[in-house]
Write a protein that binds this ligand. Structure first.
Ligand code: ADP
Ligand code: ASP
Ligand code: MG
Length: 409
């Protein structure tokens, strides 16, 4: 029997009743396949654990954050394995360590370096379903690590690749990948196929539906990942596929919003070689992801302002790092804006239509939405705006490019 990997997110296993519902779906698939099922923590458990850590410590040690967060998935794998055994499907739960998922020795955002699959294969050969804890791994020394929020998708894709699985189905609380978050835009249209490139851009700019590193890995190995709905399992969902399989490239295929962003500006930085490297090197060491970098010069050209966007949760750490760097470089100071959201349009055919950017900015302007910053790539245009305008901006842009209409021409 071929191996398939299924992954169920937090909403899908929110309660014991939902765990039983998932068990029935998995047991059904196990009639014809060897199944590895990856699960996330139940409902909002991970958020709750993060909150607990903050209550116990002002600056929690990263190693212990991972030890704490990994317990969420430990609950759901044990419950699902119990529920499966109950309905006559032999199953065994495995934590990241037991699965043999080896990661770098970096806490809270570790990358997978290897998966020792012997134990998984042994259980599958015995006819058991392997219930795998998402989002976690172990360092070569045996310390627990986590892969970053939303990382269970990456566990599923990595396991599918390591096991040579014929399918990797990501079950969630929506039916597929839509042209916009269906919880924001009621008229969002479903996408039957999406290219790895477009999905990767969407995931990077905040479409939660897949973890960006899962898409990156799938793209590298050309793994056919399908997004499906736990609550409507008959729905065909969305297939991630190579660009070469796509017949038509819409200039704009989707719009995505990322909330809870912030911007930081370093003012009047001396205009010298190596300065940008120092600033962004300091952030990179602390794994603070940066987007929308803008450097603008003052009239006398002796100094520059540098502005960029980060996640709001990284703001305190980034600000204190940069205050130190700014003082060392003789910059004037650091300015933060905590009220930032990022609205992005994505489309593989974006570059073919030079008026797209202007149309987007004009429509936002007409809706009274102020654009704080802009950045573009070959297949994406992003605008930083005030968070209170986020939902409206998504709707305005979705309407502007008629994303609710199936006709792609
Ligand atoms: P899970 O807990 O199953 O991993 P997530 O909450 O991480 O689920 O991701 C699913 C959510 O992604 C949906 O409920 C939806 O609000 C959000 N989402 C954002 N953009 C999109 C999109 N373009 N298509 C589908 N879902 C999207
Ligand atoms: N439980 C983790 C989180 O909430 C991982 C995941 O759900 O993918 O981020
Ligand atoms: Mg998720």
């Amino acid at each position: 029997m071929g191996v398939i990997v299924q992954k169920f997110g937090g909403t899908s296993v929110k309660s014991p009743a939902r765990v039983k519902n998932v068990a029935a779906l998995v047991a059904d698939a196990a009639k014809h396949n060897s199944v590895v099922v990856v699960v996330s923590a139940m409902g909002d458990t991970t958020d709750y654990l993060v909150k607990l850590a903050r209550q116990a410590s002002r600056n929690p040690v990263q190693r212990e954050i991972d030890a704490l967060l990994a317990t969420g998935e430990q609950i759901s794998i044990a419950l699902l394995a119990m529920a499966l055994n109950d309905i006559g499907s032999p199953a065994v739960s495995l934590t990241g360590t037991q699965l043999g998922i080896i990661t770098e020795a970096v806490h809270t955002a570790a990358r997978i370096v290897d998966i020792k699959t012997d134990r998984i294969r042994r259980y599958l050969d015995e006819g058991r379903i392997v219930v795998a804890a998402g989002f976690q791994g172990t360092t070569p020394e045996g310390d627990i690590t986590t892969l970053g929020r939303g990382g269970s998708d990456t566990t599923a894709v990595a396991l599918a690749i390591a096991l040579g699985a014929s399918a990797c189905d990501i079950y969630t609380d929506v039916s597929c990948v839509y042209t916009a978050d269906p919880n924001i835009v009621a008229s969002a249209r479903l996408t039957e196929k999406i290219s790895y490139e477009e999905m990767l851009e969407m995931a990077r700019v905040g479409a939660q539906v897949l973890h960006p590193r899962a898409v990156e890995l799938a793209r590298k190995h050309r793994l056919k990942v399908r997004v499906r709905n736990t609550f409507d399992p008959g729905h065909v969902g969305t297939l991630l596929t190579g660009d070469e399989d796509m017949e038509i490239h819409r200039p704009v295929s989707s719009v995505t919003v990322a909330r809870e962003q912030a911007s930081l500006a370093i003012l009047k930085v001396p205009d010298r070689p190596g300065i940008a490297g120092t600033v962004f090197g300091a952030l990179a060491i602390h794994r603070i992801g940066v987007d929308m970098i803008i450097q603008a010069f003052h009239h006398d050209r002796a100094v520059n302002d540098m502005t960029f966007v980060i996640k709001r949760s990284d703001l305190d750490a980034a600000r204190s790092l940069l205050e130190g760097v700014a003082a060392e470089m003789g910059a004037e100071g650091v300015l933060a804006d905590e009220d930032v959201a990022k609205v992005s349009i994505i489309g593989a055919g974006l570059m073919d239509q030079p008026d797209v950017a202007a149309r987007m900015f004009t429509a936002l302007g007409r809706a009274g939405i102020n654009i704080k910053m802009i950045s573009t790539s070959e297949i994406r245009i992003s605008c930083a705006i005030s968070e209170q305008d986020a939902d409206r901006a998504v709707q305005v842009v979705h309407d502007l490019f008629h994303l609710d209409e199936a006709d792609l021409s």
